[in-house]
Design a protein. Structure first.
Length: 628
């Protein structure tokens, strides 16, 4: 090894890594640099995996950029922080060590952020500091002497505003410059620095570059006094959630009608312009009735996400986590579980991944186990269909009864999750309550750009699902429901042709499992493809009923058909089933990956199946008994 001379030529730079404290804007910067649309939100622990993208510099060169989970220090505590450490140190199998590190710091919180920069500097690698959130610092009247900071750190320092168009111009310029000449890096230091040493150094630098500490607005304190109040805070939280579910039903009407109308028009057009035959049936019964039936629910899903994105960007979520920490602690969940569980309302998969921010393994496992009990957005179409068919459009004291029912179903999921977590706590004898340590971000006005981007991303994901897996499953289901054709000499008086098909046989075979909980053979068929994507249950019912019907008018009106065909008890039992809905293959696969064992996903599938069956059974019997 040659003696380090303070400046090491390290050309060419091919890969840079963004490293910094949680919530300092790394992912926003990554998106700006690479044009990616990774998730950005105003709380710590959004990114839990490394993501790679490419940045094209003005001089035609391309550099790859790695976005990493936030870390408070280089002594990793949580699984997501470990990812960061492994990447920086080049310990990830099959991956190169990044050639240079961009340390992203939050300009409004240098006291905490600079510590990590000092730790990074001791690695002796090419390093550049991006002072992000420069706009917020300016708005707070915080003057940072960047030139002095660069001198004191002995590193290049640039200013960035990661949420503004071109807010990364200085960073790009620096990157370009350093591609042409060696990038300075301090000599690596092997002597360990104590926490106190680092703190002293941070204080020394701060006194030189930012003599004034920022003052948080009074408004923020006043808001927190209400939002985090043990009583008022809960009232606010309940009101917020409540409003969301009301909106999901009351705002979605006209866009849903528009989509339904368009679908019906397409169906009619095909019926009028095509000769009867298998292709027409595939298009009308499979695509329009099935895929179209799922598409109708897009407005409701987007409205739900609109609110989730608003909450995520505002800084409210970690406060709600604090508010509920005590309550969650009682059932054996850590307050840290709040955000993973909340993400599970979108889909259990990102929720389960987000549990990587939980350091304690048992806490993490308990959270993973109950994540599927949070109602994911794929279940929303099923709920919405059944509620639309069986709950009258009435108002109770100004509130929509349908919205109330939906709210009740979500609450049922949450309450069951708490119950299950409590049982786990008992069984595992989990260690005592660990107080929640979570950084409270400042409140921010949600950025329109983020909101629009997030909604667009959601619509995109949904449409990709509809056009991909849902479409494929519907075609397969149409085939299985159409063939084999009924025997020669069959006429409609002997029952629908679908009874003779593979799907019909399968539905009847499944009857011995599902008849006791009130599910007919059509529902039994629909549950099977629903294991791959839950929305498909709705589409599958559309197709199965379209193929069982004498005419094709079912295609655009599944709701009245089931409203007439099913008993109230069956409908309620199916709703109860979906509160637990154990069968989602992709969730089980992720649990397998995150826990590195088959034991947990198998256990999860089993316990959810038992709960779903029991809940549906009880609901069915009780409703029948009440005369439903
Ligand atoms: N005003 C302002 N807001 C910013 C800036 N950069 C990021 N934000 C906001 O800060 C929040 C956090 O941004 P992220 O990019 O998710 O932060 P991160 O560092 O990736 O966070 P983790 O993945 O949790 O470590 C989001 O609400 C962003 O919109 C900036 O320069 N100015
Ligand atoms: Mg991030």
């Amino acid at each position: 090894m040659s003696q380090s001379l303070g400046v090491e030529p390290t050309l060419p730079i091919r890969c840079i890594a963004l490293v910094g404290n949680p919530n300092c804007g790394k992912t926003a910067l990554f998106n700006l640099l690479t044009g990616a649309r990774q998730k950005v939100a105003n709380y710590a622990g959004v990114t839990v995996e490394r993501k790679v993208g490419l940045v094209h510099l003005h001089n035609g060169q391309t550099v790859s950029v790695v976005d990493l989970p936030g870390a408070y220090s280089l002594t990793a505590a949580t699984p997501d922080e470990q990812v960061t450490l492994e990447v920086i140190e080049g310990r990830r199998a099959g991956e190169d060590t990044p050639d240079a590190i961009v340390a992203v710091v939050d300009a409004t919180n240098l006291r905490m952020n600079l510590r990590l920069v000092l730790e990074l500097k001791r690695l002796g690698r090419p390093l550049l500091v991006a002072v992000n959130m420069a706009d917020v610092a300016r708005a707070q009247g915080l003057k940072i002497d960047l030139a002095r900071l660069a001198i004191e750190l002995g590193l290049p320092v640039v200013e960035t505003v990661a949420i503004k168009h071109n807010g990364h111009a200085q960073l790009l310029a620096q990157l370009e410059q350093h591609l042409a000449q060696p990038w300075p890096s301090a000599p690596a230091s092997t002597a360990s620095a104590s926490s106190a040493d680092l703190q002293r150094e941070v204080r020394r630098i701060l006194a030189l570059v930012a003599p004034l500490a920022p003052t948080l607005g009074r408004f923020q304190y006043r808001l927190d006094a209400v939002v985090m109040h043990p009583v008022w805070g809960l009232v606010v939280l309940a009101a917020v959630l409540f409003l969301i579910f009301q909106a999901v039903f009351s705002w979605a009407n006209w866009p849903m009608d528009a989509i339904k109308g368009a679908m019906a028009a397409v169906g009619d057009w095909i019926l009028a312009h095509m000769a009867s035959g298998p292709l027409r049936s595939l298009l009308v019964d499979g695509v329009v009735a099935g895929v179209g039936g799922v598409l109708v629910f897009m407005p409701q899903i987007l409205i739900l996400f609109f609110f989730i994105l608003l909450l995520e960007d505002s800084g409210y979520l970690p406060r709600a986590a604090f508010l509920l920490d005590n309550l969650m602690g009682k059932v054996g969940l850590s307050g840290r579980a709040f955000i993973p569980l909340l993400s599970s309302f979108a889909c259990a998969i990102p929720g389960i991944m987000a549990t990587r921010t939980i350091a304690n393994w048992k806490d993490r496992l308990a959270t993973i186990m109950v994540a599927p009990l949070m109602t994911c957005s794929a279940r929303l179409p099923v709920y919405a269909l059944l509620i639309g068919a069986f709950v009258p459009e009435r108002r109770l004291g100004g509130l929509s009864l349908r919205g109330l029912t939906l709210f009740g179903l979500y609450v049922a999921g949450v309450v069951s999750a708490m119950g299950v977590a409590w049982v786990f706590k008992r069984v595992w004898m989990k260690d005592g309550y660990q107080p929640l340590m979570l950084e409270l971000p400042p409140y921010r006005r949600p950025s329109l750009r983020n909101l629009a981007q997030g909604l667009w991303e959601r619509a995109h994901i949904f449409l990709r699902r509809v056009g991909g897996i849902i479409f494929a499953l519907m075609v397969v289901l149409w085939f299985l429901s159409t063939y084999p054709a009924p025997p020669a000499g069959w006429d409609a008086a002997q029952g629908p042709a679908i009874q003779y098909s593979f799907a019909g046989m399968m539905g009847h075979a499944l009857q011995w499992i599902f008849a006791p909980i009130g599910f007919n053979w059509q529902i039994s068929i629909a549950l099977v493809p629903g294991m791959a994507a839950r929305e498909v249950v709705v589409g599958a019912l559309g197709t199965v009923y379209a193929l069982s019907g004498v005419d094709a008018s079912v295609a655009d009106a599944l709701s009245p058909v089931i409203a007439q065909g099913w008993s109230l008890a069956t409908a309620y039992a199916l709703l109860a089933w979906f509160v637990f809905a154990p069968q989602c293959l992709s969730t089980l696969a992720v649990v397998r990956r995150e826990t590195n064992s088959w034991r947990y996903p198998l256990f999860m599938a089993a316990y959810l199946f038992v709960l779903a069956y029991a809940a549906a059974f009880a609901t069915y019997r009780i409703t029948l008994w009440l005369g439903g």
